[in-house]
Design a protein around this ligand. Structure first.
Ligand SMILES: [Zn+2]
Ligand SMILES: [Zn+2]
Length: 293
């Protein structure tokens, strides 16, 4: 059955993302549910009770492999490859025990309310606007607002199994990192899950439009600014690609500022310091390599 499902995965050559994503998911959904005995999958609503008790699920799934009786086949795309079922018990999806020291600073939810979470960190580690075309398309918005958190900073209080995934690199709906995470019911984008961090979308957070919310989640920079569809003259650094790893773009002229990449600057500085303290070329090269690791 896995093979059959895999065959339905869109290939990058015949799958124009922008137009066909939803029909494709629907097609796969129907196709999958008709080949499994579990037709209760279709009964997915924000109020269902399928996802309440993590321990029960863990017991219920046992050795896995069967497929028919498992409660989570309704995830968007309907794919939970067996070895990857483990995700349910790891951050960011792990449910924090009641006794655990998890101080709630913020709460967030999707549009339909099926997916709800708490955050224990007062401020994100960083907050950025991403102007890349992938974000524009996937969010149906001029840019993406992403707030970076540790995976352990989030606690899903509801619907953490009502999630759908999309891996934009492979154009696949398997849970493969890094991926986009949505509410499987109302399709609100919840976060980007990276290998080590999560990027949350602050507009889902209660009180984000309050003075405290705006202050805590204020962005430090813009990424992929040359791909923008709107100009934002807010005086914040604007990077050509990834923040801090690429050259800056001048806000007024839109021109790339040669030699302005903070990472490169730092590297040059370290090299110069290295040059100052030692003489021989060979040693210098060796030092450079070590420091770049
Ligand atoms: Zn929802
Ligand atoms: Zn982006």
């Amino acid at each position: 059955m896995l093979l059959a499902r895999r065959a339905l995965r869109p290939s990058s050559t015949n799958f124009p993302l922008s137009k066909n994503l939803l029909p494709s998911i629907t097609a796969r959904f129907i196709s999958t549910t008709t080949t499994t005995p579990n037709t209760t999958n279709l009964n997915m609503s924000p109020n269902n009770n399928n996802n309440k008790d993590t321990k029960q699920e863990r017991g219920g799934e046992g050795g896995g492999g069967g497929g028919g009786e498992e409660p989570h086949q309704y995830q968007s795309g309907n794919r939970t490859d067996r070895p990857e079922d483990e995700w349910k018990f790891r951050a960011p999806y792990k449910i924090h025990d009641k006794g655990e020291d998890f101080k709630v600073k913020w709460r967030g939810k999707c549009h339909c309310g099926a997916v709800q979470y708490e955050l224990s960190r007062e401020k994100p580690l960083a907050s950025k606007y991403c102007h890349c075309t992938t974000c524009q398309r996937m969010h149906g918005a001029p840019f993406q607002w992403a707030a970076i958190f540790h995976k352990s900073d989030i606690n899903f209080t509801n619907g953490h199994h009502d999630l759908g995934w999309y891996d934009p690199t492979a154009k696949s709906t398997t849970h493969h990192l890094p991926c986009k995470v949505q509410c499987a019911y109302c399709r609100t984008p919840i976060m980007d899950e990276g290998r080590n961090m999560i990027l949350l979308f602050p507009t889902l957070i209660e009180g984000i439009n309050s003075p405290e919310g705006k202050k805590a989640f204020e962005v430090q920079s813009h990424m992929f600014y040359p791909q923008r569809v709107v100009d934002i003259k807010d005086g914040k650094p604007k990077f050509k690609g990834l923040a801090d790893e690429t050259n800056l773009v001048d806000e007024e002229t839109g021109e790339e500022v040669v030699g302005s990449c903070p990472k490169e600057k730092e590297k040059r500085k370290r090299e110069e310091e290295g040059d100052g303290e030692k003489g021989k070329d060979g040693e210098k090269e060796e030092k450079r390599e070590k420091k770049d690791e």
